[in-house]
Unconditional design. Structure first.
Lengths: 415, 415
């Protein structure tokens, strides 16, 4: 089998051309879903797809599929993709790179005159960023996790219309049937890492074979508000000190269970006056791990330690779970296929999990799925400073095209 | 020397009568300085003082002095007092008890037909609570710590007049000269504890021989804001975790240096989003100790530990001192005199320091000063639930009257 190489200059100029739409003064991108700017981005992508000889399908939720036909049009489709919308202060790579990397894969296959057995499709998922409504909607509707009528019934206080009208305004309320999941062989998503792991290690490719699972907790501690002067330490019931101890346990539990993550991102103190011992605090805690058993053990340890700290300090504890997301291994043979393509680039790579959520995390519940990461500068994303290097973009696209080709030629068995 | 006893029923009914002025639905008191209600309280007190045979003086800052003459009118005056104003959601005891306890002392000396060598005065200090302008103003002006013209120049956004007009409206912009400090022997303030120490120990009298000194710090920690999912623990610069460690050091330093206090009453987290590692926090820290050397050592330890924690965690530390109040020992021979009177009651007592600020803390810089505490229920004050027991009020007044008598008869040498 030949090893295909993508065209770095073409991929980069395609990325930069699309990044013009909504470009911010400091080089970021503001191209929220349902806006005129994102309609332009969708149009531009479709025109490129047409030039590349693809068929174009838009389904009833605005998801765009472009298809490069295979020798056997009835063979299960090999699918890749991501999204074109951005956060209001986003960048030119998050999502876009996965879509245009897929387009570059098709263009490179065309250049090389390679015909694959199965068709290859690149999908643009609607409203991944969820600046309005909620994130990762296109894949949620497609997989059936979110019924279409529920999605259309949603409202968002930032706008006075629903998703159906929003798609119609852009001209992307399509009439193509939703792609039959039974006719899809696998899904691969190419993306910037949005974290610092690859960059810090000097690695160019992440072979992503799992998602983190996640417990999001809401905590409230109630003690006794009192004057900070005349109240001796032994009689205090200081909610701030209780929160501090629990926060450090979140950190310790994560550090004891690497590669776990532990975060307390939100905190409020009452009455929040320097001369008063806090009688109450509210805060969030977040524990993540890619391994279900490990995560369950962390959850149990956290609940026990929060209870024992608050018992010891005479604080009342209210602990509720805001969200629980199960850890989800991706498809290992598909990840092995990505690793094989990564090896062929002769660049440093690692197998890793994704810390952030992606459409791939929805799709992985139903289909063989894996992801490919490249580094982004300083691990920064969802930020106008988000950046990726042109040569890294090319190497990631190389891994994608060769994995797509292998999959479309039946060289990957998903078990 | 005879031991004088005060009249519990008279003292209690006097307290309850004055507490009618501004009484709230749940039994607290709302009688802010410069209001018509507090004018009524001043008037009522003056009428009682007149009935008790006292001369009444109102100085140019509205401080009221009532004098029970001594055999030797030129002997340095023995002074006690406190204040009649309350917080908007205050109680019937904070301040008022010290004033009416002094009045009860005079009444009891009258009943017993005791003539003291030196005159005895009870002072009502203007605007101790500082709900408007600032706290402890009457004693600050009297001692010269706050020049009269500066006090009169102050404005407060809650009202459209200054203090001079406020006093004039109440009829308490007096023309008596400010009492000559050189003609005052000592100052004693009787007060509810405003903390739980006596109540928890089952003690009735606090012989207060010192104030706490106090360091108030403002801290800001700057780390790196990042996505809570894809950012591994070892590369994080999490300002929330830095704050948590420093807060627990505040607690530990205080606990290692009892009877020190350590508090972080105020905290703000940025951007305060559950899915983002906090890049910045602002918080207060408060360390108190009655001993100057101990407090200085705590200050040094705190600064070192804050620096070493932030250095270790890669956080930028900004630490500034918002306020520093030196610890101030009260006059020990005067406190010994109070202890002698406490012993005579045969009730449990302790020597202690005051955690809260009082007019006595200003006056102690210039004159032999000490305080007498009685318990308040659950240590609660500055609250409509503030409460003291009638028999405790009587015992505190017993200690006051016998100390005043000893002092006014030259039995206390202040060194």
């Amino acid at each position: 089998m030949t090893n295909i190489e993508t065209n770095q200059d073409r991929l980069w100029s395609t990325l930069m051309d699309l990044g013009q739409l909504g470009e911010t003064e400091i080089g970021g991108c503001n191209r929220v879903e349902f806006t005129a700017l994102n309609k332009q981005a969708r149009d531009l992508f479709c025109s490129w797809a047409k030039d590349a000889g693809c068929e174009i399908f838009v389904d009833g939720f605005g998801n765009i599929r472009i298809r490069r036909q295979g020798k056997n049009p009835d063979a299960p489709v090999v699918m890749c993709g991501s999204h074109l919308d951005t956060q209001p202060t986003g960048g030119k790579f998050d999502g876009i790179y996965g879509v245009l990397g897929g387009l570059e894969a098709i263009r490179s296959l065309n250049d090389a005159g390679v015909e694959t057995d199965a068709p290859i499709e690149v999908v643009v998922w609607t409203n991944e960023e969820g600046y309005m409504f909620q994130p990762m909607m296109g894949s949620a509707v497609w997989t059936g996790m979110l019924p279409l009528e529920d999605a259309f019934a949603m409202r968002d206080e930032k706008i006075d219309f629903g998703i159906c009208e929003g798609l119609d305004r852009m001209g992307y309320l399509g009439d193509a049937p939703f792609m039959d999941r039974a006719k899809v062989a696998c899904y691969i998503e190419l993306h910037i890492e949005q974290g610092p792991v690859l960059g810090n290690a000097g690695e160019i490719i992440g072979v992503v074979d799992a998602t983190q699972g996640q417990h999001w907790y809401d905590l409230e501690l109630t003690g006794v508000e009192a004057h900070a002067g005349p109240t001796p330490m032994p009689v205090r019931k200081d909610a701030m000190m209780g929160m501090s101890r629990i926060a450090l346990e979140v950190k310790r539990i994560a550090e004891d269970n690497m590669p776990a993550c532990g975060t307390c991102g939100f905190a409020e103190v009452f009455p929040n006056s320097r001369n008063t011992i806090p009688g109450r605090v509210k805060f969030s805690a977040d524990l993540r791990h890619p391994n279900p058993k490990k995560l369950a053990a962390m959850d149990m340890e956290f609940r026990e330690v929060a209870k024992s700290i608050t018992d010891e300090m005479g604080l009342k504890l209210s602990l509720s779970e805001f969200t629980f997301i199960k850890p989800l291994p991706f498809n290992q043979p598909l990840a092995d296929g990505i690793e094989k393509a990564a090896l062929a680039t002769q660049k440093p790579y690692r197998r890793m999990f994704t810390g952030a959520g992606h459409d791939a995390c929805n799709i992985a519940r139903f289909l063989p799925t894996a992801m490919i990461f490249i580094p982004c500068r300083d691990g920064i994303s969802h930020n106008e400073l988000e950046w990726a290097e042109a040569d890294h973009c090319k190497i990631g696209a190389d891994v994608l095209v060769n994995t797509l080709m292998a999959a479309a030629n039946g060289q990957i068995t998903y078990e």
